[in-house]
Design a protein around this ligand. Structure first.
Ligand code: DX5
Ligand code: ZN
Length: 216
């Protein structure tokens, strides 16, 4: 299985509904929420997610790069998100938060910045539907893929297998035609791609090609 989640961070924000439709056939639409505190960039919030969820049938994969996700994540489920990812570095009570997101009927996911190891979170894995291993420093699209994250992807996949879990392993940052196969080989099965999709002449075709490469 390989899921391709285009990131609208690389889309034209003045035409979000159209840009969402330009990648119909994608598995999820990845929505990057940044608050200019957790990361040095600012994007969008709850009202935009509400509008976007009405504008597309593609489920929304929210990536919260914000402080205080304990307070905000449930608001994004109410706004229409099918999956909500909070950062391990920002959550005060990750288990309680994951349970709350799941109780609301959405998928709960936790992200790790490049310098954050997976091992301290091993016991949390059964509480989650997905782990996101960042392959760039969060904050901006179009950055170069960090090869040195491949061993962490591999170790995370091993932990998931060891616990017999069915959860997804997402990678985000610098995922493209030239890096996706290495991510898949290391054990990732959900791939976020911003510039590689929205920078292409035909974004829907870019999604199909990435999916083929990921399962090759
Ligand atoms: C970066 C975001 C990513 C970003 C990826 O902090 O989390 O989702 O959109 O963009 P690319 O695929 O261009 O690296
Ligand atoms: Zn993201």
């Amino acid at each position: 299985m390989a899921l391709i989640n285009p990131s609208i961070l690389s889309a034209d924000f003045s035409r979000l509904a159209e840009e969402a439709r330009a990648v119909e056939g994608a598995d999820w639409l990845h929505v990057d929420v940044m608050d200019n505190h957790f990361v040095p960039n600012l994007t969008l919030g709850v009202p935009v997610v509400e509008s976007l969820s009405r504008a597309t049938d593609t489920p929304l994969d929210l990536h919260l790069m914000i402080e205080d996700p304990d307070r905000w994540a449930p608001r994004y489920v109410e706004a229409g998100a099918g999956s909500v990812t909070f950062h391990a570095e920002a959550a005060a009570a990750p288990v309680r938060l994951a349970r709350e997101i799941r109780a609301q009927g959405a998928r709960a996911s936790m992200a790790l910045k490049p310098a954050t190891p997976i091992e301290p979170y091993e016991d949390l894995l059964p509480e989650l539907d997905m782990v996101l291993i960042m392959t760039v420093e969060p904050g901006f699209g179009g950055q170069a893929f960090l090869d040195i994250m491949l061993p962490k992807i591999r170790r995370t996949r091993e932990l998931i297998s060891r616990h017999g879990l069915q959860m997804w392993l997402q990678v985000d940052g610098g995922v493209s035609a030239s890096t996706i196969e290495r991510c898949a080989e290391a054990g990732a099965d959900v791939f976020v791609a911003g510039s590689a999709v929205y920078g292409a002449d035909d974004p829907a075709k870019a999604v199909r090609e990435l999916r083929e490469q990921a399962v090759a």
